[in-house]
Design a protein around this ligand. Structure first.
Ligand code: ME8
Length: 664
């Protein structure tokens, strides 16, 4: 019989080199569910990826003087590294710059157009670029974006529109008839009351003021609105509308789209309406989780606590970080992240409750029985109660995992761990060990502890991918698949007779909280310094981003060596021609002469210099900068300028030096 399938997605991430622990929240949760479903025997498809188009990315790349593709490539590589470090078991990683995705989005757009669900008109209204969202005047809060509180811009342009309003009634009906469709319930009510019932307006789904996006095939000056592009990933990743759509046929509709609460609106209104228009089935559930906040508000790498996932994992281990994320906050609600809370959880739950239980059990079996339990065992008081608690656990965990209640599932597991610890106090093995007569009873107590740990170690696998194997090694059952399957947790007595335990390292060493907080503070202070140094450096010279690193890739306080500097080929150039770049108020296209050679350079100086004022000027060019395309125009180098606040002045030279001369 074919296995049952389970398709789960995270949102696709905006490329950001400042990923903090909050960003990993959705992905770690999706990973826990995927692991759980695989353990239950499902054929799982777990999708994540990156959302790489849009004006925001184009602007960032322009600021850095590189092409958008160059910009996203380096960041996406970092995101993939992070997921590897976090042991994320995604089956697919989609990039919206993948050719297959782009082609499929073009087909989707065309199909919607051909069916009359997309039409051409003119857009005039407010747009928030950081959120890539359109807002009506009534939705703005004090004239600002209601999501991020940032400035919005007035946009007026010829655009294509999607007939979102046409789907309003069908959407309301679907949401009302399918209580599981939007979870948790509070988000469902919010969507119905705040957005759907007041009425939907048609959605502007193309842009002409920038070009870093997927072109509309039948009207090439338009690019597809990023959210139409991004949402489509959930089906294009499965081969929708491509030659091989077998994965689509196998896994769609998705079982769960896991998303942060701020983007639930896109997923529960725009996305289902698009699918209705395409005539495709709707996902079974969209789950909007809460945010991890810092005391002072939304998380950011530059505020008080150390929130860099790489540092946290290096210091405390992956499983501790994952445990914290999934345990600390009930899934669905907001919660506060702090380094102190993380350390307290590690000390109390991991070092004390679980870690101690494992090391005490192994130490006692080693001491009293030389590592191997005898067959001769006598059951006694407390045993039945312990077994009952441990054996009821798998079903409780399953019920909670099926509802994505990670935190409660872990709470239940830790309740059982407390019960097991209490069993040691009740049975007092150290007293039993005093007389040989009690050996069979002592053996039973030890067996029950080992067996309880076998069951616990299997159940924590979805949350903590590394610890179970360590426990199995210590229990002497590593690799014994017949006693390590998920279903084997429902049966008592599977811990094998013939094995020998192995003493191992402490699973979670206790942390001295005061010392640790001091260390974290100093890490934070030096990270802040580095950030400031690199911001200044980036501002002065966008292309220097990766230079100045020592052998370990670390930046020594933003310093570079003379060899690093010598890598730059700085040359005097003379401006021959200058003109504005169409559609951009920032960029100028220059033709410059460099010792007999001519070069074309695109430079972000249009707000500070008129094209005419530049002709004849001697400037400095970074001549060996890899060519990049800005607004589709190749730039062969970068002109040096100084900026301070709103002011920008080009580095100019007098005419006494020939063009082509080297600047040292
Ligand atoms: O929204 N706490 O991408 P994104 C919890 N590209 N979750 C957080 C968080 C925090 N402090 N910060 C971020 C996008 N997240 C779009 C999605 S999908 C078709 C397009 C979560 O990189 C956030 O809620 O801004 C979201 O689920 C994920 O990180 C990616 O956010």
């Amino acid at each position: 019989m074919d296995k049952k399938t389970f398709y789960i997605t995270t949102p696709i991430y905006y490329p950001s080199d400042k990923l903090h622990i909050g960003h990993s929240y959705t992905t770690v949760a999706a990973d826990a569910i995927s692991r759980y479903k695989r353990l239950k025997g499902y054929d799982v498809m777990f999708l994540t990826g990156t959302d790489e188009h849009g004006q925001k990315i184009q602007r960032k790349a322009e600021e850095k003087g590189i092409s958008p593709k160059q910009y996203v490539d380096q960041i996406v590589a970092g995101i993939r590294e992070l997921w590897k470090l976090m042991d994320i078991t995604n089956d697919r990683f989609i990039r919206t710059t993948d050719e297959q995705h782009e082609a499929a989005v073009q087909k989707i757009f065309k199909k919607l157009y051909d069916n009359g669900d997309i039409y051409k008109s003119e857009y005039e209204g407010m747009y928030c670029t950081p959120c890539e969202s359109f807002w009506t005047d009534t939705q703005l809060v004090n004239g600002k974006c209601p999501d991020c509180g940032g400035e919005v811009e007035l946009m007026k342009e010829e655009s294509y529109f999607f007939k979102l309003s046409k789907y309003q009634d069908r959407l309301i009906k679907h949401i009302e008839e399918n209580p599981e469709f939007i979870q948790p319930v509070s988000r469902r009510n919010e969507m119905l009351n705040n957005f759907l019932r007041p009425g939907l307006e048609d959605l502007c789904v193309s842009r002409t003021t920038f070009n870093w996006g997927i072109p509309v095939t039948f009207d090439e000056k338009h690019v597809v609105y990023v959210w139409i592009d991004a949402l489509s990933n959930y089906i294009t990743a499965l081969g929708y509308s491509s030659q091989d759509d077998s994965a689509y046929r196998k896994y769609w509709p998705a079982d769960v789209h896991l998303v942060g609460k701020e983007i639930i609106r896109f997923h529960t209104i725009i996305w289902p309406a698009m699918l209705m228009a395409l005539g495709e089935p709707l996902p079974k559930q969209i789950y909007g989780h809460g945010w991890l906040l810092l005391d002072g508000g939304k998380m950011s790498k530059s505020k008080g606590n150390v929130v860099d996932p790489v540092i946290l994992i290096k210091k405390y281990g992956l499983d501790a970080v994952r445990y914290f994320l999934l345990r600390e906050v009930p899934f669905g609600s907001d919660g506060v992240f702090s380094n102190e809370a993380l350390i307290q959880r590690i000390n109390a739950d991991l070092a004390n409750d679980l870690g101690n239980l494992v090391s005490r059990t192994i130490a006692m079996i080693s001491k009293y029985f030389d590592g191997k339990l005898p067959v001769d065992r006598i059951e006694g008081e407390f045993d039945n109660d312990l077994k009952e608690v441990v054996l009821q656990l798998p079903q409780k965990v399953e019920e909670l995992m099926d509802k994505l209640q990670f935190s409660t599932a872990l709470t239940e597991i830790w309740k059982a761990i407390s019960r097991i610890n209490k069993y040691i106090d009740e049975t007092m093995p150290w007293v039993l060990a005093k007389s040989d007569e009690n050996k069979p009873r002592l053996a039973a107590v030890m067996y029950n502890l080992a067996e309880s740990l076998r069951i616990i170690s299997i159940l924590i696998q979805p949350f903590m991918p590394q610890t179970p194997e360590k426990i199995w090694h210590q229990l002497g059952i590593s690799g014994m698949t017949e006693v390590l399957g998920w279903e084997s947790t429902k049966q008592w007595g599977k811990y094998p007779q013939e094995v020998c335990v192995n003493k191992g390292d402490l699973l979670f060493p206790r942390i001295d909280i005061e010392k640790e907080m001091e260390e974290l503070e100093s890490i934070n202070a030096s990270a802040q310094k580095k950030r400031e140094a690199s911001q200044t450096k980036e501002k002065n010279n966008g292309s220097m981003k990766d230079k100045g690193k020592d052998k370990n890739g670390e930046n020594e306080e933003g310093m570079i060596t003379i060899e690093d500097f010598a890598m730059l080929d700085l040359r005097v150039v003379k401006v021959l021609e200058a003109e504005k770049v169409e559609g951009s108020d920032k960029l100028l296209k220059l033709k410059v002469e460099m010792g007999g050679e001519t070069r074309q350079v695109v430079s972000g100086i249009a707000k500070h210099y008129t094209p005419e004022s530049l002709v004849g000027k001697s400037l400095i060019l970074v001549a060996n900068l890899k060519p990049a395309k800005l607004r589709g125009i190749e730039s062969q180098g970068m002109i040096l300028a100084a900026d301070s606040g709103d002011k920008l002045v080009l580095a100019t030279l007098d005419d006494s030096i020939d063009s082509g001369a080297k600047v040292n």
